[in-house]
Design a protein around this ligand. Structure first.
Ligand code: SAM
Ligand code: SF4
Length: 330
């Protein structure tokens, strides 16, 4: 699949549910309304859709959400999708998770060929963790990470940089990741979905400021390492660690975008930061063969926009797109 700007689309991210067992302050409002369960694609339909994308050349699949591991019977889908790893059609099957259920599923995930997962942790302070996630507890997440490592799954930590909340922990997070052997990526908060009040502006910490802070203790060397994603990496000379930075606001990375995103109702979003989408559920359900679906995918890829334009400042306090990150998956 090649889009109008010559970008090769080889990565599909699938939000398998919009629900979650946490309510992170930057991601969701406290009183979120979720989709009625009847609206969701069945797991069989998700398998069919993902497999159509694999047939079209997708080499990497990431299941996300909401919290993917709270979707009932998700292991069935992962087991099904693992056949594409076995056949060599897929290079990687992975997840982004809040880690709360990792302890329960780590072994099964490893058995299905999952080799790496991203786990989101914004703080190592248990009280702060509960304040940020509203409903979460740090202990089970750390146990889940240990279980994943014990099962042979490598963990990358994603940390959203939050002004006045975790900027004082950047060094602790780097030290902890260094000790535990996890890669670490810092992410700028993105203006997605209404989270109530004027919180976005309060939360937004430009990564450039975080980098400046890191430089007071460490030497950061920009390196060419790429994982096919938007992160740009630096090496900390003193420790040898690699740290990633995702800067959707301060530096636009759309020129190398290789991905599209599917929601749990079968809407395909060609850009995280734009509203245009394509309904793949209708062609999926219209016939048992995939011809209509394949045409709809081609038509959608031909509409992939050049990029997004996130802004957070005093004049732009509202969301750039109405949907929350949990709809399209982070
Ligand atoms: N529940 C899983 C988790 O937390 O990892 C997967 C879904 S979550 C939406 C995926 C990632 O998006 C997490 O790393 C989360 O921190 C990040 N995220 C959520 N809302 C965001 C926002 N408004 N700006 C930047 N990152 C956000
Ligand atoms: Fe749930 Fe992940 Fe959003 Fe937090 S960031 S509320 S864990 S979906």
């Amino acid at each position: 699949m090649i889009d109008p700007f010559g970008r090769h689309i080889s990565y599909l991210r699938v939000s398998v549910t919009d629900r979650c067992d946490f309510r992170c302050v930057y991601c969701m409002a406290e009183d979120m309304t979720f989709l009625p369960k009847a609206e969701l694609l069945t797991l069989e339909e998700m398998d069919r859709l993902c497999s159509a994308f694999v047939q079209k050349g997708v080499r990497k699949l990431r299941l996300t959400g909401g919290e993917p591991l709270v979707r009932k019977n998700l292991m069935w889908l992962i087991q099904r999708l693992s056949r594409h790893l076995d056949s060599g059609a897929l290079d990687e099957l992975t997840l982004t998770t809040n880690g709360s259920q990792l302890g329960k599923y780590a072994k099964e995930l490893a058995a299905c060929g999952v080799k790496r997962v991203n786990v989101s942790i914004d703080t190592l302070d248990p009280d702060k963790f509960t304040a940020i996630t509203r409903w979460g507890k740090l202990g089970p997440v750390l146990d889940g990470i240990k279980a994943a490592n014990a099962a042979g799954i490598k963990v990358k930590i994603n940390t959203v940089a939050l002004k006045g909340v975790n900027d004082d922990e950047a060094f602790d997070l780097i030290d902890w990741c260094g000790r535990e052997g996890h890669d670490l990526t810092f992410i700028e908060v993105m203006p997605m979905g209404d989270i109530g009040g004027e919180q976005r502006l309060d939360q937004y910490l430009p990564i450039s400021l975080l980098r400046a802070k890191l430089k007071t203790r460490y030497t950061l060397e920009d390196i060419d390492y790429r994982t096919g994603g938007p992160a740009r990496y630096a090496r900390i000379t003193e420790t040898g660690q690699r740290v990633g930075f995702i800067t959707p606001l301060t530096h636009n990375f759309c020129e190398s975008c290789n991905r599209v995103r599917l929601t749990c109702t079968g809407m395909l979003y060609m850009c995280l930061g734009q509203d245009d989408s394509a309904d793949l559920r209708a062609p999926l359900r219209a016939s048992a063969d995939d011809a209509l679906l394949m045409d709809a995918i081609d038509e959608a890829i031909a509409r992939k926009p050049k990029g997004h334009d996130f802004i957070i400042d005093r004049r732009h306090k509202g969301p750039a797109v109405q949907r929350h990150m949990s709809v399209t998956g982070g």
